[in-house]
Design a protein around this ligand. Structure first.
Ligand SMILES: [Zn+2]
Length: 252
């Protein structure tokens, strides 16, 4: 059994064939998908998709990529949604310091606010972090006991160990299938299996075999094959442990 821990199945990229994509996911052995929200206007369609299809699990949050459009009202609304809809996590939230035109101060404020809601309602957080791992660790230290995952982890090995200490899982996807990702592959090779999650981030971040194509959950097989190439633990052990990790984190 496999869980795709981070999949944007609600995105427009899947509007024409969502059902077929989910059929292929099921045939590939994927039993559950975690569907993160990126902005308040996407939450209703996630709710609809999760009601319509089996084993999709919603998260609601405000992604830093859309920081310009988020308002204070969205934070108020988020807490209302959390109480009413009971998602498996808050997210996708976080910090993106890679894209230079995203307001840093506003990103930090919205990230903090979402961590506060997560702690208050005892929910895990799904975190997006690009060129911001140090800032993420700094922010998380103010919320002891909070749990969550860093999706598509791209920080250092040492930072990964700090995040594990703080109660976080590191999630990896298509990026590790590229030979040139030597630094990332070395990190994922060394981390303890009980701290790892696997994801596709579909429709984004396709693996090497689907380079420049739309990504989809069934392609997670290639992530598992690469993980086994790097770690040699056997694909069954990798699937079983990452699935157990994911179920524990999201209380599935
Ligand atoms: Zn995402």
């Amino acid at each position: 059994m496999i869980i795709d821990c981070h999949c944007h199945i609600d995105f427009e990229a899947f509007d024409s064939d969502r059902e077929q994509v989910l059929d292929r996911a099921q045939q590939a052995g994927i039993e559950h998908l975690i569907v993160p929200g990126v902005s308040a206007d996407t939450w209703p369609r996630i709710k609809t998709a999760c009601n319509q299809y089996r084993n999709l699990h919603p998260c609601y949050g405000l992604h830093p990529y859309y920081i310009d459009q988020h308002t204070h009202e969205d934070i108020v609304l988020l807490e209302e949604w959390i109480i009413k809809e009971k998602p498996v996590a808050i997210g996708e939230c976080g910090l993106d310091f890679y894209l230079k035109d995203l307001n840093k101060e506003k990103q930090i404020a919205f990230f903090q606010a979402q961590l506060e809601i997560a702690q208050k309602h005892n929910l895990p957080v799904v975190i997006h972090s690009r060129k911001a791992t140090e800032e993420i660790i700094y922010a998380l230290k103010k919320f002891p006991g909070l749990k969550g995952m860093i999706h598509s982890y791209s920080g250092s090995y040492e930072q990964a160990l700090q995040l594990i200490d703080l109660g976080f899982y590191l999630s990896f996807g298509g990026a590790i299938t590229y030979d040139r990702a030597t630094r990332l592959r070395e990190i994922v090779r060394r981390l303890p299996l009980d701290s790892l999650l696997i994801e596709t981030d579909a429709p984004d971040q396709p693996d090497l075999k689907h380079h420049k194509q739309r990504n989809e959950p069934a392609y997670i097989k290639n992530v598992i094959v690469t993980l086994n190439d790097l770690r040699n633990e056997g694909t069954d052990a990798i699937c079983n442990q990452t699935t157990a990790n994911c179920k524990l984190l999201f209380s599935l």
